[in-house]
Design a protein around this ligand. Structure first.
Ligand code: KG4
Ligand code: ZN
Length: 335
């Protein structure tokens, strides 16, 4: 089954053709980084306009690069939630138009489910059940993936997402957008023990995260240093900060894995590209004889191939939308 998938939840306009949930026939991504860089972050209104300009060409390219025509496709899939509402609406309405004009079924895909599904492309042998740490710009979840379409959230952030914190700390350190990637790069040479940062804990939950205190601690540290005219060592502070975030992510994930009896651990979302997180997860899985699955780097950030992968399993589960499908800015992964 060949699915044409569309993704426009944030700042990438993407389309892909994926066969039977695992084989990527084409994947096109038009990134908006250049447009948002001067503002230091994604400007929703600009994102929506850029999607509108790009979507038609991106979708056409995905179909032609797959060596196919529209008549060779079996379904249209689209990210409908969660994300920036104006951005999501562009993809959803384009997909609805395509579904109507081609007569192909329309498959709605949850953005976080698709991040998890990026692993089905990288690891053809991976099947649920497994435990997944999903870390993106807007979400930090520990999720039980019971089947391809049955999810249960064990832990979540009580405030900021891990990616959002990476971005805000990077900005405070004077690094350009996209903050997380640049923080990762500059911190490679830093000493993670150089700065002492708080170890955030959430009362009454072993698996939930709280990152806002850590973010505020870094911002305060930078402000205090600048008031005193002291230099901040950015690689050292970046490395210390990443190390603190990664420690929280890994500690809670492995606590959950042990309590809920999972031996298969999966990483997903934009922050899964982080070099320290990938290394630490590898070490911790090896120490516990657990199997680790991570998406290849090209599939960590937003793309449409992962949407096509998840859409296949949504289709098999009978999840087909009507033309009244709407975009939603927020939506639990379980729904
Ligand atoms: O999944 P994603 O591409 O978009 C959302 O669904 O939000 O995740 C984007 C987030 C951003 O916050 C970005 O800074 C972060 O992922 N990110 C990273 C790295 N690459 C992307 N954070 C840390 N290290 C990285 N290498
Ligand atoms: Zn994402």
């Amino acid at each position: 089954m060949r699915i044409l998938a569309i993704e426009s939840s944030c700042d990438e306009t993407a389309a892909a053709v994926v066969e039977d949930g695992r084989k990527v026939l084409s994947s096109v991504i038009a990134t908006q980084i250049k447009e948002h860089i001067i503002y230091g972050g994604v400007v929703p209104e600009i994102a929506s306009r850029m999607h509108t300009q790009a979507i038609s060409g991106v979708v056409d390219r995905a179909v032609s690069e797959a060596g196919l025509g529209y008549s060779d496709l079996d379904a249209i899939a689209v990210t409908y939630a969660p994300g920036l509402i104006g951005a999501l609406l562009v993809g959803v309405n384009f997909a609805k138009g395509l579904s109507m004009s081609t007569g192909l079924p329309l498959i709605p895909v949850h953005h976080l489910r698709s991040h998890i599904a990026s692993n089905y492309i990288t690891h053809p042998d991976l099947e649920p059940p497994f435990l997944c740490l999903v870390v993106s710009g807007g979400h930090s979840h520990i999720v039980e993936v019971r089947s391809y379409t049955d999810f249960s959230v064990i832990g979540r952030t009580r405030d900021d997402a891990a990616g959002e914190c990476m971005d805000k700390a990077a900005r405070a350190m004077g690094l350009p957008y996209p903050g997380g990637v640049n923080l990762d790069k500059i911190s490679v040479s830093g000493n993670p023990e150089a700065y002492v940062l708080p170890r955030p804990r959430v009362d009454s939950s072993e698996y939930d995260f709280s990152f806002s205190g850590l973010k505020t601690a870094v911002i305060n540290l930078i402000h205090k240093a600048s008031q005193k005219g002291e230099e901040i060592n950015v690689p050292d502070l970046g490395a210390s900060y990443i190390s603190a975030v990664v420690r929280c992510l890994c500690d809670n994930t492995f606590k959950a894995a042990e309590t809920f009896g999972y031996k298969k651990i999966v990483l997903a979302g934009g922050v899964s590209a982080n070099s320290v997180l990938r290394r630490r997860m590898q070490e911790m899985c090896a120490e516990r004889s657990m199997q680790l699955y991570m998406p290849e780097l090209s599939l960590c950030g937003d793309n449409a191939a992962m949407v096509g992968a998840q859409a296949y399993y949504e289709f098999l589960n009978g999840n087909i939308a009507g033309l009244n499908l709407n975009a939603c800015a927020t939506m639990p992964i379980e729904d």
